[in-house]
Write a protein that binds this ligand. Structure first.
Ligand SMILES: Nc1nc2c(c(=O)[nH]1)N[C@H]1C(S)=C(S)[C@@H](COP(=O)(O)O)O[C@H]1N2
Ligand SMILES: [Mo]
Length: 425
């Protein structure tokens, strides 16, 4: 008998008996035909029989979507008592096992020094002034009319995890949440700062710009003129929608590859001068040099990589083949390669990098692996296109004991019972 679509459908319905008839579906709709304006409530329509999902019609389309009720993704909010002057929320890069390289906007980490301000885009103005020929004010519409650029950017607070892992202090309970919690990655669209510098005609003797915010923290940082000219942006779009309030609505300053703190949210002005502006943030985010002074303006990130699955806190329940998957990033540019060791650093294998491999952006790497049930350690190490190598934990403990911008090679200890903990070195 020739196989037609009709015979396949009829056959499968008869044999397996799971396809509900049209009449059956109709009956379940509870639709009173005498009332043309009748609307079923969402509950009435939602298919809630998970054993027979085909036997009922499902939910209606909605204006704003939601995640599956089986998926619970949320930011982690730490430490009561809460203090409005130093609050954060954390991104969990495991994302319920989905493991993407773009952070959903509602799950991007937050770091606020005076809460999230409410800014009316109609009242928003950005001032560019100081050592410039023509000081100028820009509205949001003005900025959107200028030539746009699009960047995928991983950004990270330099306080990320370092406090727990530097100085030889290694907590076996560390998970990827402690390691990467103050970091996220998104698509951003906006205007290069250079465009505004050209419009106001910055004085050739200007060496620094002070970038300041609209929030009650009046957050401000000095940025050197070369960085402002070559790699700084004013972004108004995040993952295809206006920047979220938490992340700087309506306009956020950002320098891909530089430490999180410099990415001034709710940006209000940039003032050009021929000197560095000492700001409050210098106290929190300077780097100590052992037996020496502090680096006051050390803002550039190196490379890092992290195995996300399997990782600390997880439990392997089966031996045999599985995939190691992780994220690598460099503030200097693109990731050149990532090596993974499944034997505690004895031997290393080249991981596969998944396209696109973009500068200053989270890059996905994978390596097939088969766990034989014995105790071992997993590690990953990244090298970027400038030749920068991710440092070891020992190197960091010696050279940057405060743990600012901690990016050491990370080790996951696999125990014979499948438990995974965080290990030193
Ligand atoms: N205006 C303003 N900008 C700010 C901050 C802030 O509190 N106010 N926090 C900074 C710090 S310390 C970090 S790590 C990043 C965090 O960016 P996010 O909240 O969008 O993740 O924003 C930086 N920009
Ligand atoms: Mo930060």
């Amino acid at each position: 008998m020739p196989l037609t679509r009709r015979s396949v459908l009829a056959g499968s319905a008869a044999v397996i008996g799971w396809a509900a008839s049209r009449a059956e579906l109709r009956a379940q709709e509870k639709y009173p035909p005498e009332d043309p304006l009748w609307q079923p409530s969402r509950e009435e329509y939602v298919n809630n029989d998970t054993d027979r999902p085909w036997a009922q019609t499902g939910a209606h389309p909605s204006e704003v979507g939601s995640r599956s009720p089986f998926v619970d993704l949320r930011r982690t909010i730490p430490m009561p008592p809460r203090n409005i002057y130093m609050e954060s929320s954390y991104t969990d890069w495991r994302m319920g096992g989905a493991g993407g390289m773009i952070t959903p906007s509602d799950l991007c980490f937050e770091r606020h020094h005076a809460g999230i301000p409410l800014i009316d885009p109609g009242k928003y103005q950005l001032l560019i002034h100081g050592m410039v020929e023509r000081p100028m004010m820009f509205t949001l519409d003005d900025l959107k009319r200028l030539g746009a650029e699009r960047r995928f950017v991983f950004w990270e607070c330099q306080g990320n995890g370092g406090h727990r892992m530097s100085a030889g202090e290694v907590d076996p309970d560390t998970t990827i949440l402690e390691t990467l919690r103050l970091s996220s990655a998104c698509e951003w669209i906006g205007v290069p700062v250079r465009t505004l510098m050209e419009l106001v005609n910055v004085d050739p003797d200007a060496t620094w710009g002070m970038v300041e915010s609209y929030d009650a923290a009046g957050m401000n940082r000095s940025v050197d003129i070369d960085t402002l000219w070559s790699r700084a942006y004013l972004f108004y779009s995040q993952n295809g929608e206006p920047v979220r309030p938490e992340n700087g609505y309506p306009v956020r300053f950002m320098i891909p590859g530089m430490e999180g703190n410099i990415n001034i949210k709710w940006v209000r002005r940039i003032k050009f001068a021929d000197h560095y502006f000492q700001t409050r943030e210098d106290i929190r985010y300077s780097d100590p040099v052992p037996d020496g002074p502090y680096y006051q303006y050390s803002v550039q990130y190196g490379a890092r990589s992290h195995i996300i699955t399997p990782s600390g806190g997880m439990q392997l329940t089966q031996t045999g083949p599985r995939e190691i998957r992780g994220m690598a990033y460099s503030g200097n540019g693109r990731i050149a390669y990532v090596e993974v060791s499944t034997d505690g650093g004895e031997t290393w294998q080249m991981a596969r990098l998944h396209d696109p491999v973009l500068p200053q952006m989270a890059t996905m790497f994978t390596l097939p692996w088969s766990w034989d049930g014995s105790e071992t350690k997993l590690k990953s190490r990244a090298v970027d296109e400038t030749g920068y190598r991710q440092p070891t934990h020992e190197w960091i403990a010696k050279h940057s004991p405060q743990g600012i911008a901690y990016n050491a090679i990370q080790t996951w200890h696999i125990h014979p019972n499948g438990r995974i903990t965080h290990a030193a070195g």
